[in-house]
Design a protein around this ligand. Structure first.
Ligand code: SF4
Length: 299
């Protein structure tokens, strides 16, 4: 759905629920990856990322210019969903590239909570889970999430996943908040789905592999590592990264997931990636959104 509604609830008194998030997408779908694969989920995609990941799907050392071509004609698009999909580089480029920022409105948490109620099939939380994704959702937005999660419409929510690249430390205030959020209901769970970026992404190892940061996530919920791979070199890089995370004390599960925002690329390497994961005793993560929905925006 379009995240540009300005509907207000009558709970909007004082300064409560007025914090703003820059929202690239807000939609309801099936989680296609990782621990919650197959679970009905609300996806809140916030704007901004500290990486570009222009190396995905490219020969080593080369970067994709698919987005450059799209940016040349950005004036043709007034809706996020009209944007072309890409087969190389970051497949959610419009959630962080400043040339597309006009497609991501600033919404207050009251409006976001009401939109979430609108898109849930029963107009309230049942077995659905909330995915806060990006971009990189643990950049500055950590300050705004408590205002959203404290909203009366969010009180029945039990499970949240932060889909992060694993480079952003949690602020002290947000750590306290996460601890409190879980304490309020023993059925609540927090997950950090950490898609750590290997050299195939085009990002530098020293910036992308941050074991101590990811170990800290484990104090506040369940964390797992999910590596996007296609070649033997990628898998060797994943093994090296896992050694570094384990040496720092990381205990969570390891997933391998095939490269491929488009079906032709995904299909080519999914089987090999599954076999590679099995050989190492790691988990395989599909990308259900590709075969089910062709990875279109809003899925
Ligand atoms: S970290 Fe994720 S959102 Fe950011 S550029 Fe890389 S793939 Fe895209």
């Amino acid at each position: 759905m379009l995240p540009n509604q300005t509907k207000k609830s009558n709970l909007n008194n004082g300064q409560k629920y007025m914090s703003k998030l820059k929202v690239a997408e807000l939609f309801y779908s099936v989680q296609g990856e990782g621990r919650y694969m197959g679970v009905p989920s609300v996806f809140l995609r916030v704007f901004g990322c500290n990486f570009k990941c222009a190396g995905f799907g490219m020969p080593r050392g080369e970067t994709s210019n698919e987005v450059e071509d799209i940016a040349q004609v950005v004036h043709m698009f007034d809706d996020y969903k009209q944007l072309p999909l890409v087969s190389t580089g970051c497949d959610s480029y419009a959630s962080w590239d400043p040339r597309f920022k006009h497609l991501s409105p600033m919404l207050d948490t009251d409006a976001i909570a009401l939109q979430i109620m609108d898109i849930l099939p029963h107009k309230g939380w049942q077995d659905e889970h909330l995915v806060i994704t990006g971009g990189e959702p643990l950049l500055g937005w950590q300050r705004q999430y408590p205002d959203l999660l404290d909203h009366p419409a969010m009180q029945e929510l039990k499970e949240i996943t932060f889909e992060t690249n694993g480079t952003q430390k949690l602020t002290d205030d947000f750590k306290k908040y996460l601890f409190k959020w879980r304490q309020q209901n023993k059925n609540r769970e927090i997950t950090f789905s950490v898609s750590a970026k290997l050299p195939a992404s085009g990002e530098a190892w020293a910036e992308a592999i941050q074991p101590r940061t990811v170990c800290e996530y484990e104090w506040f919920g369940t964390a797992y590592l999910k590596f996007v791979v296609s070649t033997e070199q990628d898998i060797a890089d994943a093994e090296r990264a896992v050694r570094e995370y384990r040496a720092a004390g990381f205990v969570g599960h390891i997933y391998l997931m095939p490269v491929g925002g488009v079906e032709s690329v995904y299909t080519l390497n999914a089987r090999n990636v599954a076999l590679s994961a099995m050989q190492r005793g790691w988990r395989y993560s599909d990308r259900l959104q590709v075969p089910l929905f062709k990875n279109e925006w809003g899925t």
